[in-house]
Design a protein around this ligand. Sequence first.
Ligand code: 0O2
Length: 212
Amino acid sequence: MKIQLWREILIPYQQAVEELKVKFASIVHESRRLGQYSPIEYVTGRVKKISNILEKAKKKGIPLERIEDEIDDIAGIRIICQFVEDIDKVVELIRSRKDMEIKEENDYISNTKKSGYRSYHIIVYYDVHTALGAKRVQAEIQIRTLSMNFWATIEHSLQYKYAHNMPDNIKKRLLNAAEAAFNLDEEMSRIRNEIIKAQNLFQVKSSIIADI
Ligand code: 0O2
């Protein structure tokens, strides 16, 4: 397939990524304007490179005409949260939206991947309207904590460095690092809960004092 044709195919995916980034970022801005806590820390997005699409299709034996149906992460959105608990809130938020339809959910947090990878994935159908017409595209939304993202980013770049042939000792150390990232998330959640409890106690005490 000609590169020019690929560029045309990818236009709706680019638009989907831009629109979804704005939509999720506006949740952050709205919460901050209202002085409320935002379950989303920040959002990023990308359209998969043509070379990576073709490589994935080849690896999975997907014929050219089935690529758009079977590769569901051509458009990719990443939502980064501070705490694991925030991930559930973001998932609920996505489930309640009328402008995207959920095709599939993969919970790699409860079911950690063999590599140590943790993240919550949601594949959605999303309608875009470009100069070329309307199109329903798929987008993969990855939701993860800062700690999960730190680990996944490093592991991903090492996968590329070793061309997916990672030496065993590096794999083992990455598994240890994944466990450390998991413990960091757990400890941060415990600290957060302590703070929330302390804040609630403070509010109860102040209201008792106000009543006196
Ligand atoms: P890129 O470069 O991020 O686009 P599969 O189970 O692998 O057959 P598929 O479609 O790859 O099915 O779905 P899956 O497993 O949900 O993975 C989709 C994406 O999740 C990957 O895209 C990665 O971004 C991320 N991911 C999944 N597993 C891992 C992992 O072990 N380490 C890291 N760092 N990321 C992971 P791509 O296409 O692999 O890559």
